[in-house]
Design a protein around this ligand. Structure first.
Ligand SMILES: Nc1ncnc2c1ncn2[C@@H]1O[C@H](COP(=O)(O)OP(=O)(O)O)[C@@H](O)[C@H]1O
Ligand SMILES: [Mg+2]
Length: 490
């Protein structure tokens, strides 16, 4: 896959024609606002005056002389630390070429607001280290924070790549900012340079479930513990009105090397629930991991995530063997589309098997929701325990490995993608040539030292997972199903 010729791209975070300050009052009560005093330069008095400023989430507001408030949503504004002699450190927040700047003790404000804002100078804050992951749309690198040498992960989108889709990335960042569950990845800060977007998150150095699912035999108890974490996290995501749409072993990461400390990552295909069951990118997911209704062009809702979680459950109970993923890509698609699963290979207790079958019910009307699964009697004891568990922060010394065999995953371009036959039959139509993405370009290797190529650095896991990873992300814009999608809303 060729990259587009490099060109200077403007910011994807611009919000034209929006005023910095809004006059009408925001629907947030006074109690939710935190107030602090800062020094503001007064043009009238030509000096710095101490004035209050309030903040709640991404909203900042100030009170006018007449008692009314002016407010600004700083979401996607540019934030920078500034320094002036005799005055000291300050913050500048710029939106649509208008800005506010204030001085004083701004550290706490910067810490809170940087989650919602965009920074420009990543090199001042982080050292970019080695590549640790290779997704379908982005590469992930380990980065070191300069201020305290702590390690983090940076998901890096190349703006000049053919696969770069600013709308999707804006949505991914918007959704990530809403995440606050211990078993869901959280966004810490975002940087944008001329060439790249960097999404900084906690580093999960123990790889993904995909790395171990075929190699490790878990006890039923361990699997239930892990599944409960996934289900509880999904329930929280659904409560926020969000459907993940790409639940699969590669997107389940480990904070520690056990199934209890796992989390859901990669919101690259997530979207807000829509009561019509129609989405901007209707056909979305990774073949072999998807709910059949998506592949059957039906409207869908949160229950697609129950199905995909059910497929993870199935694989954990079956030594990583998927009911759909086979060597032949088209056969994988067809099996997934039909959703016929042979449960005879699964030797577990009847109650576990019953839940598995409820999650993998092909008819979404009959399928159990994530909340039904969460309150299944099997998870009763975990439901009680979660109340007591508090999130522990990752310590730097927990880091052991930095390379995930997930990077062997491959990406298929629309041009060489096979359409789904209208009347699927189980017959192999022959493998299309699959191309590895050529996303590490020469500029990248200068900016990011010692990257490991996506198709090098293999180990035994790589060989094993190579077969399994013949799965692809699809959406309407970049769809392998476009030819049969003419009646669908895009
Ligand atoms: N925070 C992280 N810590 C460690 N590895 C990560 C992290 N985020 C992603 N990865 C690795 O990078 C891979 C690709 O990242 P992902 O967000 O899934 O990108 P894509 O949307 O392109 O699939 C993941 O499968 C995982 O192996
Ligand atoms: Mg991914």
């Amino acid at each position: 896959m060729k990259s587009k010729p490099f060109q200077i791209t403007s910011s994807i975070f611009t919000c034209p024609n929006s005023q910095f300050w809004n006059e009408s009052d925001v629907q947030i009560t006074k109690e939710n606002f935190k107030e602090d005093y800062f020094l503001f330069f007064s043009n009238k008095k030509q000096t710095y005056l101490n004035k209050p400023l309030q903040k709640a989430g991404s909203i900042i507001r100030k009170q006018k002389k007449n008692g009314l408030y002016q407010w600004c949503d700083v979401n996607n504004s540019i934030i920078e630390i500034i320094q002036i002699q005799h005055v000291g450190q300050g913050l500048r927040i710029t939106k649509n070429q208008q800005s506010i700047q204030f001085y004083g003790y701004v550290d706490a404000w910067f810490k809170d607001l940087k989650k919602f804002c965009i920074q420009k100078k990543i090199n001042e804050s982080y050292i970019i280290n080695n590549k640790i992951g290779c997704g379908s749309y982005a590469d992930v690198y380990k980065v070191i924070r300069k201020s305290d040498s702590k390690e983090f992960a940076a998901k890096i989108y190349d703006k000049s790549s053919d696969k770069f889709d600013s709308e999707c990335i804006l949505k991914e960042i918007d959704i990530l900012r809403k995440m606050d569950h211990p078993n869901v990845i959280q966004l810490l800060e975002t940087f944008e340079t001329q060439k790249y977007i960097f999404i900084i998150t906690e580093l999960f150095a123990y790889g993904s479930l995909d790395d171990i699912i075929t190699k490790t035999s878990f006890s039923e108890e361990e699997i239930l513990k892990g599944m409960y974490k996934i289900i509880d996290a999904l329930s929280n995501i659904h409560q926020k009105g969000i459907i993940h749409r790409d639940i699969k072993p590669e997107n389940i990461l480990f904070r520690k090397p056990n199934l209890e400390d796992i989390l859901i990552s990669d919101f690259g295909l997530a979207d807000y629930y829509n009561s019509e069951g129609q989405y901007q990118y209707q056909r979305c997911g990774t073949p072999g991991n998807m709910a059949p209704e998506i592949l059957n062009d039906q409207p869908y809702d949160y229950k697609i995530d129950s199905y995909s979680a059910g497929l993870i459950f199935y694989q954990m109970l079956n030594l990583g063997k998927s009911p759909f993923i086979v060597e032949d890509y088209e056969e994988t698609l067809i099996k997934n589309q039909l959703g016929i699963i042979d449960f005879s290979e699964i030797n577990v207790s009847p109650s576990v098997k019953a839940l598995l079958q409820q999650m993998l019910e092909a008819d979404p009307q009959k399928r159990c929701s994530i909340n039904d699964a969460k309150f299944n009697v099997l998870f009763k004891k975990f439901n009680r325990v979660t109340i007591k568990i508090k999130r522990k922060r990752l310590h730097q010394d927990q880091t052991v490995s930095s390379y995930s065999p997930r990077s062997t995953s491959i990406y298929q371009t629309p041009s060489n993608s096979p359409p789904i036959p209208k009347n699927p039959k189980f017959k192999s139509i022959g493998l299309n040539t699959l191309h590895l993405p050529n996303r590490v370009r020469s500029q990248d290797s200068q900016l990011f030292p010692s990257p490991k190529s996506c198709n090098s650095g293999g180990n035994s896991a790589k060989t094993q997972s190579k077969q399994r990873n013949r799965n692809f992300k699809i959406n309407v814009k970049n769809s392998i199903y476009q030819s049969i999608s003419s009646t669908k809303v895009i």
